[in-house]
Ligand binder design. Structure first.
Ligand code: ATP
Ligand code: MG
Length: 267
């Protein structure tokens, strides 16, 4: 005998909703989880929670758009994905330029438009538009960008969803100044800055949580870092840690310090 509980069980466990692919897309952005390496991270997540609440609140307009901006590799996409995940909205969609490689301008425009149209039909939705400078095809040499995409994005950021529908739009970018020049920045409800790691304690807290050095090595790293300028994105730091894990024990610390220093020099 099939009962109501069986249906509920199947809904919970067996049936992947049509937007199940979005859950995978989110997990992909969050491949290495979120390490809270400093107060900057926790305050971005707290702000994210507030913006989720603002979207849902009965008295609000039901439309909130957020830009997460910061240097390359600082963790913008992962933090946006984490906020999207925490919203737990029934409709979550990721729009990434990586999925649109080779698309014509108009095909990109239609894809973006379709995502928003689908969201407008849902009661509560969240859209993550990743890397918007790439979406508008911005290139520093020239400089150039797609005006069609820029206008499309602006319209979508300025138009409220139909009455009664709630929509949270999360965008990421590492080109704050460009967005400002193109008048996109002012279209957002809220802008959150995602910084690089800039203090010894930030790096140490990532190292402690990633199980690469023993206590003695950690102490040595801490001591050696004291004279260094630190400026590294979380994505770079995690990649560096992966690399150091492959190095022979005797050279781990020195390899780490050298590479970390080189990282800071690029800026
Ligand atoms: P890009 O400039 O190339 O777009 P990005 O700033 O979007 O890079 P992510 O792609 O989000 O950076 O990479 C961050 C990686 O670090 C992810 O794999 C994520 O799981 C991991 N990570 C760990 N801790 C954090 C954190 N506190 N914040 C963000 N990402 C984190
Ligand atoms: Mg990114």
């Amino acid at each position: 005998l099939i009962q109501r509980e069986d249906f509920l069980h199947a809904l919970e466990n067996d049936i992947k909703p049509a937007f199940g692919a979005s859950a995978e897309a989110l997990e992909h952005c969050l491949s290495r989880g979120i390490i809270v390496w400093g107060t900057a991270v926790s305050s971005i997540l707290t702000d994210g929670e507030l913006l989720i609440k603002q979207t849902v609140a009965a008295e609000s307009s039901g439309f909130v758009s957020v830009l997460l901006e910061g240097p390359p590799n600082s963790g913008k996409t992962a933090l946006a994905a984490e906020i999207a995940k925490r919203s737990d909205f029934p409709f979550i969609k990721v729009c990434s330029p990586a999925d649109m490689v080779g698309f014509s301008e108009s095909a990109k425009c239609l894809t973006l438009r379709k995502i928003f149209d689908d969201a407008y039909r849902s009661q509560l939705s969240c859209i993550l538009v990743d890397n918007i400078e790439r979406l508008i095809d911005y290139g520093p040499i020239g400089p150039r960008y797609s005006n069609l995409m820029l206008q499309a994005l602006l319209v979508l950021l300025k138009n409220e969803p139909p009455k009664g529908k709630k929509l949270l739009v999360l965008c990421t970018s590492s080109e704050r100044q460009i967005l400002k020049d193109l008048k996109i920045l002012s279209a957002f409800t809220s802008v959150l800055h995602v910084p690089n790691l800039s203090e010894i304690d930030h790096v140490l807290s990532v190292l402690e949580q990633s199980d690469v050095f023993n206590k003695k090595e950690l102490a040595l790293v801490a001591q050696k870092l004291r004279n260094n300028q630190i400026f590294v994105g979380i994505k770079k730091l995690l990649a560096l840690i992966d690399m150091v894990k492959q190095v022979e024990d005797d050279y781990k610390v020195v390899t780490f310090l050298t590479k970390l220093e080189e990282e800071g020099e690029d800026y």
